[in-house]
Design a protein around this ligand. Sequence first.
Ligand code: HEM
Length: 394
Amino acid sequence: MTDHLVTSYDQAETLLRRPDLRQALYDAGAILMKDVLVNLHGAEHRVRRSAEARVFRRDLFVHYEKEVFPRTLEETLRPFLAEGRADVCSLGYAVMLNLTADFTGIDRPERSAEETGALLGILRTLGKAPTLGQTLAQDKDRIRAEIEQALALFDQRFFAPSRARRQALIDAGTPEEALPRDVLTALLRDPRTAREPGDVLMKEAAFYLLAGAFTSIHSMTHAVHRLFEWFAAHPDQAHLRTDIDFLQRAAWETARLHPSSPITRRRPVAPVDIPGLGHLEPEDTVTIDLLAANRDPARFGADAAAFNPLRDTGAQPWYGLSFGTGIHACIGRQLALGVLPRDDSGAQDRQYGTIPLVLHALMRHGARPDPDNPPRMDTISGRPNWAVYPVMLG
Ligand code: HEM
């Protein structure tokens, strides 16, 4: 078995778009990941994705961003504002978890801190599944047992009641416009996916929570750090602190420099010759170094490794390959980072994305580094993310 490492942006982009290469990053995390969308290929992937894509529509994003999200955000911020400080990571978990649970179709009937904490605890354990391949051999069995336990808890407390409520509405002939608009409802309504075994849908829902919430939280915290550094180095640009268009560009630039997973991996579905790599057998893999590809000077210029939110990116947002490309391109990208202004769109239906909106709220409330509590990186997950990021507010 040979692993081929790819670091150039152009080659990485071409490879990710090849239909004869399939997902290989989650082989070791099969306990959760085996039958989830990002691990499916060919017809299976097409069917599942098309059922779920019905939820990820612009009108729903705009509605969510204008009507639902501002309330959730202000409610979540209130206790932090009262204290005059926040840990950006904890704040991120509270905001993004609720958002992703709504889109996934996981009810939190109590809406209590205990309930959110329980869901978060489950997800923190499940979050170890995608990276099981990079875990020390002696820890693997223990972590697998923890994941089994967390899945059982998720099923019992969150998934089964959410599924039963949706199924009852569907069985009662509820008209489409009165049904919840979420991934679970979409899967239960589509005859092609409704018959999937129960644990497949349960794991799909758990995967959605991880894919949507954890990525957004890490990206948001990196953006806060990058912005603090940038404003400290550019005091003449202080007026941009609360400029939402600028903050959206900063979020794109952050996404490029800090992909949520530093690598992705593929393997061929059958023996194949690939330009630049040679002959590959199905047991060979291609590791795509997203961190390197997104800083490739051949694509992004001589200052590719620098954080420059004022970078001229022409008519394209430049988040590099941080949201993937090809069949597995992120389904939630627009929800997280919005769209560029269009000639025909007014301020009311311009969609900025949840990360820029949280950045905007933090900056409006005067977020600045906490001099007594420096931020700390996560040393447990093996991924270069912040674990704690204290800020002062007000
Ligand atoms: C900053 C935020 C986010 C980042 C950096 C991110 C990143 C990614 C990446 C890199 C992939 C492709 C994986 C691969 O090719 O192996 C992906 C796929 C995916 N993302 Fe995101 N994501 C983000 C937010 C979200 C949100 C908010 C949701 C849902 C609410 C979401 C749901 C998904 C799903 C379901 C897939 C699998 C798509 C498929 O396989 O067809 N993501 N994401």
